[in-house]
Design a protein around this ligand. Structure first.
Ligand SMILES: C[S@@+](CC[C@H](N)C(=O)[O-])C[C@H]1O[C@@H](n2cnc3c(N)ncnc32)[C@H](O)[C@@H]1O
Length: 280
């Protein structure tokens, strides 16, 4: 055990243990952690090792071999789902005032929808935030140019929650009061998004590393998901996204993410702080 500066014992996860855990996850979920950053994965695995009160990673692997529900729980811990409505409000302000007008100015050809992809969508907060802005500020445009919002994640359970669209108050704290009043109704101790907004988003189970499965979109919002991947995988994913965007298509990354490698040459920077890029 290491004792970090917090004074809490952090179980050490050897490379062998990591490889064994990867094998178990691949067998049960066809999910590989080899694309993700090792340090990130080891830190999260250590959380489960501690929660199971295991002496070390070898003892934890033994549990994983015999207990499928622990394998499921580990997978959840590894694909963390932190999100909220209007996360980084200045971004949503920019999208509302600058980006959506530019997209509607050059709509796709007649009868074609404007397609938006929220990838790594967690509980749907990001995709629904985009839908709320469109419904609230672009109702007239939507009449002439339908919009499809496609939201995807690797975790099938979180997608089911996303489709239910029931949220705790915490998830709504950055949502302007007027929008909250208009688009949410109480549901027990939670708030549920109204059906008209829910209908604007479809959810899909998809692994972001499977770039062959990408469809064509006019705007891709991929925030706080790339950070967990190794640099070579970030480059592969970003290249995949660049390939499905038309010239002038929009890419949005998370506040602590940026374009890497040769992908930088494929985009111009629209807003450096909000990480908004336009396909060249
Ligand atoms: C921190 S959340 C980001 C949520 C939202 N985009 C935001 O910024 O608020 C990261 C999401 O990426 C998903 N994810 C992790 N690995 C993935 C993969 N290989 N393919 C698709 N989604 C993945 C996780 O399940 C999780 O829901």
């Amino acid at each position: 055990l290491n004792t970090g500066h917090t004074g809490v014992d952090i179980p050490e996860i050897s490379d062998d243990a990591l490889a064994e855990i990867n094998r178990i996850l691949e067998m049960r979920h066809n999910f590989s952690i080899s694309n993700y950053k090792d340090t990130c994965m080891k830190r999260r695995i250590a959380i489960r090792v501690r929660s199971c009160r295991c002496q070390d990673a070898a003892a934890y692997c033994e549990i994983l071999r015999h207990n499928d529900s622990e394998v499921d729980l580990l997978k959840k811990t590894l694909t963390i789902h932190v999100s909220q409505f209007f996360r980084n409000p200045s971004l949503f302000d920019k999208l509302q005032r600058e980006i959506f007008p530019s997209l509607f100015q050059k709509p796709p050809s007649e009868h074609q929808p404007l397609r938006i992809w929220s990838c790594g969508c967690a509980g749907g907060e990001e995709a629904y935030s985009l839908a709320i802005i469109l419904a609230q500020f672009y109702a007239r445009e939507l009449h002439h140019c339908p919009v499809e919002i496609h939201a995807s994640d690797i975790d099938a359970d979180i997608l089911q929650e996303a489709a239910r669209a029931e949220y705790s108050e915490e998830r709504l704290k950055d949502l302007p009061a007027a929008l909250r009043e208009r688009y949410f109704v109480p549901s027990g101790s939670r708030m549920q998004l109204v059906a008209s907004i829910r209908r604007m988003v479809t959810f899909h189970h998809q692994n972001i590393t499977d770039i062959e499965s990408y469809e064509k979109f006019h705007m891709v919002v991929c925030r706080n998901t790339l950070i967990y991947f190794t640099r070579p995988d970030q480059i592969t994913i970003l290249r995949g996204i660049a390939n499905i965007l038309p010239s002038d298509g929009i890419l949005v990354l998370g506040m602590s993410e940026t374009l890497v490698g040769d992908v930088r040459g494929l985009f111009s920077v629209v807003c450096p702080v909000e990480r908004i890029y336009r396909r060249r």
